[in-house]
Design a protein around this ligand. Structure first.
Ligand code: NDP
Length: 297
């Protein structure tokens, strides 16, 4: 029978571990991990994501602060707010919700975050440290969640051929970097595929583990995967569906019912990678608080 890799269950397991760590940090080190989220504008999806992150942090005993700024906020004002959070000793993690309004240079804002508080893992220093395997850094949350799902479901990528479909800076590239690094959850032989890849199916069929982050609803079909492979679907797409009350349904980049028949293990959408992203944000915040007091909890 095909194993369903539930991000929801693995998330619950990790959050229980984190709750323990938070309690040790409080009792033994006198520090409460602190997360600051910064939201610019009133995009409903961004508002929802930031709300979910704060709620999850609070449920964990993490101190969380949300800074909400108007859409018209200038880049300088936003940089000033980031600078203030950099200097705030109660804050160990800073998350600026993306995308930012068009008049603000996202790269400049990300680079303004103190790398020791960069719990999203998007600062060039974090990216560089992940690539070189040196120093303390925070791995980007979604790909870090993918690695946790593989390891905790019994599919350590070491020595396996992993094909990652997608090369974005937030998912595809860091997923490949994590999976190839010399560390637990790494040591895989990694191939990255993208929109210019010739004969995508021929490449995906060579995967022991297939990680899909394309943003193309249900594009990976049964004939594109190897018998007995492990498939992690990062895709989160809304497609019209008049049979649903809301008029849409959420699906992944993988045609679940077809691929499930061939795969040994597969993650669903929803309930797969989605819940892991916030969990890894919490994990990075707890790790940051631990580093700040020299603890390795
Ligand atoms: P991007 O659009 O930034 O990147 C998509 C990647 O897929 C690109 O590298 C693109 O190639 C590649 N691609 C697109 N079409 C094809 C194709 N036909 N064949 C091969 N490769 C293709 O998306 P993201 O990485 O930001 O996100 C990917 C998916 O993951 C989305 O559905 C997103 O919603 C979801 N996501 C889910 C998260 C979660 O928490 N669960 C978090 C983040 C993302 P090229 O570079 O050549 O254009």
């Amino acid at each position: 029978m095909t194993q369903i890799i539930s991000g929801r269950d693995i998330s619950t397991e990790i959050r229980a571990e984190l709750r323990e760590k938070v309690s040790v940090l409080k009792s033994d080190y006198g520090v409460t991990p602190g997360l600051a989220t910064v939201l610019v504008g009133s995009d409903p999806a961004s508002q929802m994501y930031v709300g979910m992150k704060n709620k999850a942090a609070q449920a964990m005993g993490i101190h969380s602060e949300q800074l909400t700024l108007e859409t018209e906020t200038s880049e300088e004002e936003l940089l000033g707010a980031v600078e203030e959070l950099n200097g705030n000793p109660e804050i160990h993690g800073i998350l600026v919700q993306l995308p930012l309004p068009d008049h603000i240079d996202e790269a400049r804002v990300i680079e303004a975050i103190d790398p020791s508080k960069d719990v999203d893992g998007f600062h060039p220093i974090s990216v560089g440290r992940l690539a070189t395997g040196s120093g303390d850094y925070f791995a980007p949350c979604t790909p870090a969640g993918v690695v946790e799902m593989l390891v905790r479901s019994g599919h350590d990528p070491a020595g396996k051929h992993v094909v990652v479909v997608g090369r974005s800076n937030i998912v595809g590239k860091p997923a490949a970097a994590l999976l190839m690094r010399k560390a637990v959850g790494g040591n895989a032989t990694v191939t990255i595929a993208h929109s210019r890849t010739k004969d995508l199916a021929a490449v995906t069929r060579t995967a022991d583990i297939l990680v899909v982050a394309m943003g193309r609803p249900e594009m990976i079909t049964g004939d594109m995967v190897a018998e007995g492979s492990v498939v992690i679907d990062v895709g989160t797409n809304r497609v019209d569906d008049e049979t649903r009350e809301k008029g849409y349904r959420v699906c992944g980049d993988v045609l679940f019912d077809e691929v499930k028949v061939k795969a040994a293990a597969i993650s669903p959408v929803p309930g797969g990678v989605g819940p892991m992203t916030i969990t890894m944000l919490l994990a990075n915040t707890v790790k940051s608080a631990g580093i700040s007091v020299g603890s390795v909890v």
